[in-house]
Design a protein. Sequence first.
Length: 329
Amino acid sequence: MHKKKLILIALLIGLIIFLLTLALHLSEYQSADCRLSNFEDNYSAETTIFIGHGYGSHNDSNLALNKDLSCFIQHLKEISYQGTIVFLGDYVREGNEESISLITEQLGGLLSSSYFVIGNHDNSPEMINFMIDNFETLDYKIVGSTIPMYSFYTYYQTKNLDIGDVDSSFFSDVLSQQDKNNSKDLFLLFHELVWTSCDSTLIDNEIQNVLHNYIEYQYSSNICNYYEDLLNLEKEIYFIGGDIGATGGLSQNYTYKKNKNINFIGIGMGENGRNVLVFNQNKSNSFNIINLADGSTKELILDGIYEDFKYYYKKYFLKVFFKIKDTFL
């Protein structure tokens, strides 16, 4: 009987710690407001801001851009931002008319300089119609940038989550145009981190094994068929994906790997990861990460600070446990 009581008490303590952890996590997320004043304001017309998983946490109820991102968008409006914004998928929770209307309202005048890659949460007849109305096609060139940037749709419309392949004729056309293009760079933009589906004969394990979220997606992509062609281009190639989405409550989650002339960058807002990627063409093609939680900016570093889901939760749980211990004991 005494042993059963001890087990029951242990379970109860565990439940209390779990609920306090959850409450603290949610309170930290909800504490963000629009009073931050230390965002950068020295953007130019040649700046591109990349945003992945813009609706943020799977556990909240907002339909479109989450609160932190809405604040950042408001800041861009206030400084009359003249650059380009690229949403790398999952900018709305569901691609219905209500969500589309809301994100249109949130962007306001910035809508005209915003571009969208369809993600799994955005993949709907309504969002596809929105894309056709604004860009005429689901695969297109980002005309707001002087550097060649292309958005790719990697979802079959007949199977909502059958992901991976790009339109081969469009991708071939993109490659054929590069010999005539004087730019030293080429940006290929996706929602998923499609390059992780390539086998190890093309991409080493360190690049291949980056998880989108806390699970490994099982799919293949014909993008791998073009890998050798991209290596042979005398350009810097940037694969950028926006679906690092549920890797715990890190303040920043991103990955940056490189193989020869090909750069692999993954970003995303995540459960609590409030970061966006800024590309400044007029500053020797520099990349910076902005942490929307505090407005700080840091340079995107090769082999950056990507941390996996399991490691985060171990670290976060211990952090919260000792916070509780210090508070109540």
